[in-house]
Design a protein around this ligand. Structure first.
Ligand code: AQP
Length: 332
């Protein structure tokens, strides 16, 4: 059976980009067709300046939101990365096959290190090595597929390179995975700056729809989205990034495709209204379920505990094999 692994970082409140680009596909498609693991990758949240209490709260919230989004622990494994030691164990071995040049070529590293310096902070070594930890997340489980938004495809490419290199040098150990981004909304853009990605850790809250935004708040953000010059409502991401982003969001909510919506709306205003209502309707059931689960934290804790146990059982044999293959003496 196909094995799938994917995750979400507790670096901020989950966004519409996370949902349309990743989580919805996990819930609606992936968990039904494969042996799937979904993880709150909390170790990744430590790669930039962080507040420990906030990371814990966001990890709890992200776990609850994954379940509220429809992940069913009877169908898939939901867990928190730091509850399973195998991720960190394997990450070190992969650091021994990766090169610093490869790490420095990662687009996210370049962008985020600039952001950290602009904020007056220093750049943590873990920000540089984070793609290796992500590779360990994936390879530990022998995942065939990694459903992620487009922003993560370069990291999955690196994961493939590391797996192939390790297998070649030390004997076949890892499955070589591939990224499987969604057909629509693989890259939802910021509503106030449609040339950059809607990211949960970005500073501009006005351009980001959070999954837990009240309906009126979400509606207003979309109605105030930056649009482009001209009046025609056409899908053209190069010339009309703002309008195209709204078409993309609307199409993703309706399960259609954005090109087919070109010319359907008479004005930018009409498009914004339609997109705002579609998003509000999309989020309603998720928010209702989230409220219920917040009142049942014992259930969420139980899911995460069982998830971690299952994940550990799956990861340990592969990580142990990698330890032996690379030349480490097994404990007596
Ligand atoms: N805007 C997006 N459009 C489509 N997919 C997206 N994803 C994230 N943003 C978008 C996908 O959601 C999954 C989890 O993402 P993440 O937690 O790794 O990244 P993030 O929300 O982008 O968080 P940050 O902290 O704000 O990260 P940076 O600073 O890296 O942007 C992934 O599958 C991702 O592709």
């Amino acid at each position: 059976m196909t094995r799938i692994f994917s995750g979400v970082k507790p670096t901020g409140h989950l966004t519409l980009g996370n949902y349309l680009g990743a989580v919805r596909q996990w819930a609606e498609v992936d968990q039904h067709r494969a042996d799937a693991l979904f993880c709150v990758v909390d170790l990744h949240a430590l790669t930039v300046d962080h507040d420990p209490g906030r990371v814990r709260r966001l990890s709890q919230q992200a776990s609850t939101l994954l379940l509220a989004s429809g992940l069913d622990p009877e169908l898939c494994t939901v867990f928190v990365q730091s509850h399973v030691d195998e991720h960190a164990r394997l990450s070190y071995l992969l650091e021994c096959v990766a090169t610093d040049g490869e790490m420095r070529r990662m687009i996210q590293y370049k962008e985020k290190s600039v952001r950290e310096r602009e904020r007056g902070g220093s750049v943590r070594l873990s920000l540089l090595t984070y793609p290796v930890l992500m590779a360990a997340d994936i390879l530990a489980y022998g995942a065939d597929e990694v459903p992620v938004g487009e922003d993560q495809t370069q990291h999955v490419e690196l994961t493939r390179d590391l797996a192939v290199r390790f297998n070649h040098r030390y004997g076949h150990t890892f499955v070589v995975p591939r990224a499987t981004p969604p057909a629509v909304a693989a890259r939802v853009m910021d509503l106030q700056d449609p040339t950059s990605k809607m990211g949960k850790s970005h500073d501009n809250g006005a351009g980001i729809v959070y999954l837990l935004d009240e309906p009126d708040v979400a509606r207003k953000k979309i109605l105030r989205a930056v649009t482009d010059s001209g009046n025609d409502v056409e899908y053209d991401p190069e010339a009309k990034p703002g309008v195209s982003n709204l078409l993309e969001i609307l199409a993703a909510c309706e399960g259609g495709n954005p090109q087919a919506l070109s010319g359907v709306y008479e004005s930018y205003g009409a498009l914004k209204k339609a997109a705002a209502e579609a998003v509000v309707e999309l989020l309603k059931p998720l928010q209702k379920r989230h409220k219920e689960l917040v009142g049942d934290s014992a259930y969420v804790e139980g899911v995460l505990r069982r998830g971690a146990e299952r994940a550990r059982e799956m990861a340990k044999p592969t990580v142990d094999t990698a330890y032996r293959a690379i030349g480490l003496l097994p404990p007596a």
